[in-house]
Design a protein around this ligand. Structure first.
Ligand SMILES: [Mn+2]
Length: 432
C-alpha cells in the first residue's frame, strides 16, 4: 500500500482552519437547534454528508474550452499525473471527491497498476472509465466521421468496439467498476442514415462490449439530444437509453448528464423514472442555460439540482440495496481555475444533497396522501431554503479538509508553484 502524501502541506489547511473553526461551530450549533425544532438530528445529516462522494473527471482538472477556443492558464496540468495531483488537491480540501474518472485516450497511461498506486498515495481511487469514439486519434486506421458504434462501415464499428474493450481492460487494472459510453454518433441531414438501422447497429456493437464486462462491472450509457451531430443522435434521450439498457441486460444502466436534455425537460422526473425501473446508473453534474453549456453545477439553477437530489434521496429510501448511482462532475471550466470550479461544484452538489436530506419525508407522504398541495410544496421549500453551509463545513473540518476550500486553495499558492514546474499547455480548441 502506498504511503499517503497529500499534495498541500497540512499546515496550510490547519492555519486556514484555525481562523474559521469557531465560527463554523457556532453556526453549526445554531442550525442544530433550528433543525431540532423540526425533529431533525443535525449530526445524522452530517454523517450522510460526510459519506457523500462525487467523482472528478481527469479532464475536469484541465482548463476546458469551447469549439471556438481555449484559454490556457499557467500551471494547468498537461498529463494524467499532473491531473491526478490537482484532483488530490480538490479532495484534500473538500473531502468528498475521493475518486477520479479517467478518459481514454485523453489520459495516456503507460502503467495502470503504477498509476493506481500513485493515486492511492495521494488519497485517490478510480471511478468509471470513459471511452472516446467521438473524435479521431492520429494513426488510427478508420475515421469516426460518420459514426463509431453505429457506423455503417463494420470495420469502423469493430475499431470502436475494440477501443471500449481496451478501456475496460485498463479500468480493471485501475480498480474501476464501470465503463461509461457516450458516442457522438448521429446525423446532420435528414435521410443521411436510417434511424432504425443506425440504432440496430449501435445495439449490436454495445452487446459485444457488454459481453466483455467483468461480472462486477456496469456499463453506463449516456444519452445526448444533440451535438456533435445536429440533426439526430443515435442515443438521443432517456427513452432510447432505457430501452437499450434493458435490451443489453442488468449490468447496463442509464447515465443522466444534466446538460444532455431538451430545454425545460423535467430532469428530476427522469431520475424518478429511471430509478423506478432499476436503470439509474449515474449522473454527470453540470449546469446550463441554453443547451449543453457545461457550466459549473448549481451556478445557474441550484433549485433544479435540489429537486434532482430530492428524487435521488427518495429513490434510495425506496430501494437502498439497488441504489448506487455513480456521481461525477462533468463540466468545461473555460475561464476559471479548474480546481476552484471543481471545489465550488462539489460544494453545490453536496449542498443540494444535504437540503434533500432535510425534506421531512413522512410529513411529505402525509401531505401527498391528503392531497394537501400547499403543505407538500412548503415541505420541499423549507428544506431548500435552509442554509446548510455549516453542515458542509463541519463535515470537511471533521474529515481534515478546509473550512472554506477555495480560500484555503488560494492561500496555498498551489497554482503559481505549478506554473514554475509544469510545461505550458497548448492553445487550440476542445475540452482538453
Ligand atoms: Mn457527460
Amino acid at each position: 500500500m502506498a504511503e499517503l502524501k497529500l499534495p498541500l502541506a497540512q499546515e496550510v489547511v490547519e492555519t486556514h482552519n484555525r481562523v474559521h473553526r469557531d465560527a463554523v461551530a457556532e453556526d453549526y450549533q445554531a442550525l442544530g437547534r433550528k433543525l431540532a425544532r423540526r425533529a431533525t438530528d443535525i449530526d445524522a445529516i452530517g454523517r450522510k454528508v460526510a459519506d457523500f462522494s462525487v467523482a472528478i473527471p481527469s479532464w475536469g482538472a484541465g482548463v476546458g474550452g469551447t469549439r471556438f477556443s481555449r484559454f490556457p492558464i499557467p500551471g494547468e496540468p498537461t498529463n494524467v499525473h499532473e491531473k491526478i495531483a490537482d484532483c488530490a488537491v480538490v479532495q484534500q480540501l473538500c473531502r468528498i471527491t475521493p475518486l477520479v474518472s479517467t478518459h481514454f485516450p485523453w489520459d495516456r497511461i503507460d502503467d495502470p497498476a503504477a498509476l493506481r498506486e500513485e493515486a492511492a498515495g495521494l488519497g485517490l481511487g478510480f471511478d468509471a472509465v470513459n471511452s472516446n469514439t467521438f473524435e479521431d486519434q492520429s494513426g488510427q486506421p478508420f475515421s469516426y466521421r460518420y459514426g463509431s458504434l453505429s457506423a455503417t462501415d463494420s470495420a469502423v464499428r469493430e475499431q470502436a468496439i475494440a477501443h471500449n474493450i481496451d478501456c475496460i481492460r485498463i479500468g480493471e487494472k485501475l480498480g474501476s467498476k464501470a465503463l461509461t459510453v457516450w458516442v457522438g454518433d448521429g446525423t446532420n441531414f435528414p435521410g443521411q442514415q436510417s434511424q432504425r438501422a443506425s440504432l440496430d447497429r449501435y445495439i449490436e456493437s454495445a452487446k459485444t462490449i457488454y459481453a466483455a464486462l467483468p461480472a462486477d462491472w456496469r456499463m453506463l450509457i449516456e444519452h445526448k439530444l444533440y451535438e456533435p451531430a445536429f440533426y439526430s443522435t443515435v442515443i438521443s434521450d432517456w427513452g432510447t437509453n432505457i430501452m437499450v439498457a434493458k435490451e443489453l441486460g442488468i449490468q447496463a444502466q442509464c447515465l443522466v448528464d444534466l446538460g444532455h436534455h431538451a430545454p425545460n425537460v423535467n430532469i428530476e422526473q427522469i431520475v424518478a423514472r429511471l430509478a423506478r425501473f432499476g436503470k439509474l446508473g449515474g449522473f454527470h453534474f453540470n449546469d446550463s442555460k441554453y443547451g449543453d453549456d457545461d457550466l459549473d453545477a448549481g451556478a445557474i439553477n441550484p433549485h433544479q439540482l435540489f429537486l434532482v437530489f430530492n428524487e435521488l434521496v427518495e429513490a434510495e429510501a425506496a430501494d437502498p440495496k439497488a441504489f448506487r448511482p455513480a456521481y461525477m462532475i462533468d463540466e468545461s471550466h473555460n475561464i476559471t481555475d479548474p480546481i476552484e470550479s471543481l471545489l465550488a461544484s462539489a460544494e453545490a452538489i453536496v449542498a443540494a444533497f444535504a437540503r434533500a436530506l432535510l425534506v421531512d419525508r413522512s410529513a411529505l407522504a402525509e401531505a401527498q396522501a391528503k392531497d394537501d398541495v400547499m403543505a407538500a410544496f412548503r415541505i420541499l421549500r423549507q428544506a431548500y431554503d435552509t442554509d446548510v453551509s455549516s453542515i458542509l463545513a463541519m463535515a470537511r473540518l471533521t474529515a481534515g479538509g478546509a473550512a472554506d476550500p477555495i480560500s484555503a486553495y488560494r492561500q496555498s499558492g498551489w497554482r503559481s508553484l505549478k506554473a514554475k514546474e509544469r510545461k505550458p499547455s497548448k492553445l487550440g480548441s476542445g475540452i482538453v
